[in-house]
Design a protein around this ligand. Structure first.
Ligand SMILES: *[C@@H]1O[C@H](CO)[C@@H](O)[C@H](O)[C@H]1NC(C)=O
Length: 352
């Protein structure tokens, strides 16, 4: 029993060191394959790749086989994506000789980099938000088989969200839909954790992609888990995806297009706002697009404007009196009556 526990502890700390060690590795490492040892080794020189939506990313993977062996025309390279719980794998790409196949959402978007005969690196074109996650590179050479995992991280922003319906109204499926409608996806725990490290403090629990409900606290206070407690991401654990209702943390990344405040002679109702953007060859902007413009482009505008979900917000990058005096933030003015003719509008014009 004790030995088992000890083993579990060792493998835990090993997991930490492992990522550390791999990210420290140089590019020109030589792998020696001994005669009695394994005849195949699969390695990566970058355990984490950081990219952005719309870009092309290369997930590096190389294999080393025993040089005395004849080439194996049946050598197989297989890429899969791990699900959030690491319990399942989704097929991405398989290659054997000239035969190549890509699957599902990856169809037509992935190919091998093919930089030399030992290269198994995968190129993914036109990255989507859903591509975020961990990928497994597997090489199968007869009876030999080895794997390595590469993480694909996207530059972007996590934002808390609740719809017009009000606070704590989303089950997990509503939450997925709500983020999608804001040009985003449900954030992962790692993404929320990074946002918390960057200072995100939010006192309402929201769904995360693993089906847990959590919230990030940087300034502990009484209603948010207790005054004397340490800062951290507070976790309600895995919740019932049908029955439990929370807000949601969404994640979005770079977009291809233009986000802007529409210059218009008068204030607008919601319906007028929708039409005004259309007349300008654009669409009323989504909440995710405002957050992306604010975070990734430093967009700053002290005018409250309608967004597609019927909320009114404005993005402030340079805090100043009467806008957002103490912090850079996307300011939220609520979900006003759609008939109120009191606000401007933010539009989004996609490329092509
Ligand atoms: C991604 O790759 C495609 C095909 O090779 C290329 O046409 C496109 O310009 C690349 N996109 C970016 C953002 O580099």
């Amino acid at each position: 029993m004790n030995a088992l526990l000890l083993f579990a502890l060792i493998s835990l700390s090993f997991a930490d060191d492992f990522e550390q060690a791999y990210s420290d590795l140089g590019h020109d490492r030589t792998i020696y394959i001994s005669e009695n040892g394994p005849k195949l080794a699969v390695v990566t020189d970058q355990a984490k790749v950081i990219s952005q939506r719309g870009a092309n990313a290369t997930l590096p993977c190389k294999f080393h086989r025993d040089p005395t062996l004849a080439p194996n025309p049946k050598l197989r390279i297989k890429w899969t994506k791990l699900t959030y719980d690491y319990l399942k794998e989704i097929d991405v790409f398989v290659a054997m000789g000239f035969h190549k196949k890509s699957y599902g959402r990856f169809h037509g978007r992935v190919h091998l980099q093919d930089a030399g005969e030992n290269d198994a690196s995968l190129v993914i074109n036109e990255l989507t938000l859903e591509d975020y996650g961990k990928y497994k590179c597997e090489v199968i050479d007869g009876l030999e088989d080895d794997t390595v995992v590469v993480s694909l991280d996207l530059q972007g922003i996590v934002f808390p969200y609740f719809p017009r319906l009000g606070r704590y109204n989303l089950n997990f499926h509503d939450a997925e839909k709500a983020c999608q409608e804001q040009d985003a996806i449900v954030a992962s725990f790692d993404q929320l954790y990074e946002a918390w490290r960057g200072g995100l403090d939010w006192c309402n629990a929201g769904w995360l992609s693993d089906g847990s409900a959590q919230y990030p606290i940087t300034k502990p206070r009484e209603p948010c888990g207790g005054k004397g407690t340490v800062p951290g991401v507070r976790n309600y654990g895995l919740r019932d995806k049908e029955k439990n209702r929370y807000d949601v943390f969404c994640f979005t990344s770079n977009y291809k297009g233009r986000f802007y405040y529409l210059i218009h002679p008068s204030k607008l109702t919601y319906d007028e706002a929708v039409q005004a953007c259309q007349k300008d060859g654009a669409q009323i902007a989504k909440v995710g697009q405002m957050y992306a413009a604010w975070k990734l482009l430093g967009y700053d505008r002290c005018d409250a404007g309608w967004l597609a979900d019927g909320s009114v917000r404005y993005p402030i990058s340079r805090p100043r009196r009467r806008c957002s005096p103490t912090e850079a933030a996307v300011r939220f003015s609520g979900f006003p009556d759609k008939k109120h003719k009191l606000y401007g509008v933010y539009c989004f014009k996609g490329n092509n």
